[in-house]
Write a protein that binds this ligand. Sequence first.
Ligand SMILES: NC(=O)c1ccc[n+]([C@@H]2O[C@H](COP(=O)([O-])OP(=O)(O)OC[C@H]3O[C@@H](n4cnc5c(N)ncnc54)[C@H](O)[C@@H]3O)[C@@H](O)[C@H]2O)c1
Length: 248
Amino acid sequence: MGKLDGKVAIITGGASGLGTADARLLAAEGASVVITDIQDAMGEALAAELPGCLYLHHDVRSEAEWATVVATTIDQFGRLDILVNNAGLVRFGTVEDISYADYKMQVDVMLDGTFLGCRAAIPHMSRDGSGSIINMASIGGIKGLSVIPAYAGAKGGIIAMTRSIAVHCQEQGYHIRVNSIAPGGIVTPMTAQAVAELPADSAGLEQTAQHGMGQPIDIAKMVLYLACEDGRHMTGANIVIDNGETIR
Ligand SMILES: NC(=O)c1ccc[n+]([C@@H]2O[C@H](COP(=O)([O-])OP(=O)(O)OC[C@H]3O[C@@H](n4cnc5c(N)ncnc54)[C@H](O)[C@@H]3O)[C@@H](O)[C@H]2O)c1
C-alpha cells in the first residue's frame, strides 16, 4: 500500500531537479503523476520510466496551457488531488543591474505561474472534495541576498500568496490544504548554475557552502508529507528546510 494510492498529482517543472525527485517519490507511493515542463525530451524520458505517469509540455506562464493541462489530467485520470507548483528559474543581478526583462521573467514564471496553477486546480479539487497544493518558495524569499531581487520578490510573494489562498479554501469549506516549502541550497542544475555564474565569495554561496547543500529527496519527502494524509492538519504554512541557514 502506497501513501498516495489512487491519487492524481500535477508537478510543474518536473523534468529536472526537485520536480523530478518529487515525481519519482509520489509515483513510488502510488500516485499517477502528470509531469509538466518546457524541457520536453527530459520530461518525456522521466514519464516513460514511471508507470502510469504522463508528460505534458506546459509553460506555467500561460493561462491557456494551464487549462489544457488540468483538462487533460481530468480526462486521463478522472480527478486531481495534488498540485506541486515547482517550476522556477533564477537570473542574477542586483536591483541596479538586472534587466527588467530578467526581473519580469522570474516573477512571471514563479509568482504568476503559481497563482495560475492554484486558480486552475482549485475548482476541480473542491469538486472532488479535497486536495493539497504545495508551492515551492525558497529561503531567498525570507533572507536578503543582493543578487536575487526578482527571485526573492517572487518567492516572498509565493509565501504570502499561499497563506491567502489557504484562508480562502478554508472559508469556502473546500478541504484543500495550501502550503509552501522554502528550501535552502539543494544540489540541482539550478544551484550548479549559481556556482558557475556567481563569484565564489558571494555571500549567498559562502553561507550555503557552510551549512551544506541538501539533496532533492530532502525536499521531496516534505512534498510527500504535505501531499498525503500525514499532513492533514497543515495548511497556510511555510516550511523552511535549510539545515539551519536562516536561523543565525
Ligand atoms: N535548488 C535549490 O537550491 C532551490 C532552493 C530553493 C528553491 N528552489 C526552487 O525549487 C524549484 C525547482 O528548482 P530546481 O533547483 O529543481 O531547478 P531546476 O532548474 O533543476 O528545475 C526547474 C525546472 O523548472 C522548469 N521551468 C522553468 N521555466 C518554466 C516555465 N516557464 N514553465 C514550466 N517549467 C519551467 C525548468 O525547465 C526546469 O525543468 C524552483 O522553483 C526553485 O526556485 C530551489
